[in-house]
Design a protein around this ligand. Structure first.
Ligand SMILES: [Zn+2]
Length: 362
């Protein structure tokens, strides 16, 4: 997900199939977003029609994302929320209000128009995104990626570890912020395509101290995935935008990077907590590091940036096929590691945890 995912939101987006260089193929489908936008403006919308819309793959992605954040939205309640908004009824059901269809309604016509505008020129929108992603992907890649444009819920963009990605244009109609979110989620889809190759080097064990190792491996994987996607999204482009959401996102990221020592300290505490005799549960560690301001994104970004500065974009591309700890291992091997503010030194427990994973967790 994008850092500070809530309400970063993408904007009107592409459509149709497009080709990413010769090696990657991406299709972006706007059906889910358009169906919802049309439905909430239809005062005679039936429950059957609403159920059909709720079953579209993009809308199923919204439901899955809500469930991930423990909001128990279902296909049925999604459809009920659509009908309620279309009929102008107020709903007090918290799972239905979490979809924010009421807030969308005043902008629905405008968002439909934007979607159609971009459908008319998908290549124009996608070219810069594709060029950026291609730099950070091995040249011999053959990938099929699917993107779904959606409206509803509060995440700006997300993916689920596979080659599908979702872009939510609910709260934002700024093209630059939208492109940034697209690049981030697109790179997660690329990571998803290589997930098996990374896992082959990961520790997967379910008991005793090896469980701690498995959790540390998972934490390092998340830091790699978010830190590298944040680098690939190219936050520098956000400064060209004057939208409120882009400004907020940029300020949040700049603040985090200025205080990257907090991120280093949180990583050290996280590793220590996961390895304690009575270990801190992984979900608790994850929540503190990746939700809200996403403090652990910052050290991930700093490491990804240092690797690209030393080895070029293909240095980051190589990590798509490395084990979960590959980013940190490569980073601490850089000649400049620990020598200046662009190469912050990691804590001793973090280094020990990497070494333990390198030795197969024995
Ligand atoms: Zn992300």
């Amino acid at each position: 997900m994008t850092k500070h995912a809530a309400r970063i939101a993408g904007t009107a987006y592409l459509a149709a199939a497009a080709h990413l260089a010769l090696a990657l193929n991406v299709s972006v489908n706007t059906d889910s977003a358009k169906a919802v936008l049309v439905a909430i403006q239809n005062p005679s919308l039936s429950m059957d029609e609403a159920l059909k819309i709720a079953r579209l793959p993009g809308n199923q992605g919204i439901i899955r994302e809500q469930n991930r954040f423990n909001v128990p939205v279902t296909t049925q309640s999604f459809a009920r929320a659509l009908v309620a908004t279309a009929h102008g009824d107020l709903t007090s059901d918290s799972t239905e209000t979490a979809l924010y269809f009421d807030a969308l309604r005043p902008h629905a016509a405008q968002l439909v128009a934007l979607t159609e505008q971009i459908e008319a020129d998908p290549q124009g929108f996608q070219r810069s995104i594709e060029a950026r992603i291609e730099q950070f992907t091995p040249p011999d890649s053959r990938l099929q990626l699917r993107g779904f444009v959606v409206v509803g819920g509060d995440g700006g963009g997300y993916s689920f570890g596979g080659t599908d990605f979702f872009l939510n244009l609910s709260f934002n109609d700024d093209l630059i912020a939208a492109k940034t979110t697209t690049k981030h989620e697109f790179y997660h889809a690329v990571q998803g395509a290589f997930a098996k190759e990374r896992q082959s080097g990961a520790v997967v064990s379910a008991h005793g101290s090896r469980q701690n190792c498995a959790n540390t491996s998972r934490l390092f994987a998340d830091i790699y995935e978010e830190g590298s996607a944040m680098y690939v999204e190219d936050i520098s482009t956000l400064s060209q935008s004057h939208s409120e959401s882009a400004m907020r996102q940029l300020a949040d990221i700049s603040g985090g990077l200025e205080h990257v020592h907090s991120s280093v300290a949180l990583l050290e505490l996280s590793v220590t907590g996961l390895d304690a005799t009575t270990a801190v549960p992984f979900d608790d560690v994850y929540e503190v590091g990746f939700y809200g301001h996403g403090v652990l994104y910052d050290i991930g970004y700093a490491m990804a940036k240092a690797i690209v500065n030393n080895e070029g974009p293909q240095g980051l591309a190589a990590l798509l096929k490395s084990p979960s700890y590959g980013l940190i291992l490569r980073y601490i091997q850089l000649p400049g590691y620990g020598k200046d503010k662009d190469h912050p030194k990691l804590g001793p427990n973090t280094i020990a945890a990497v070494n333990q994973l390198v030795s197969g967790c024995k």
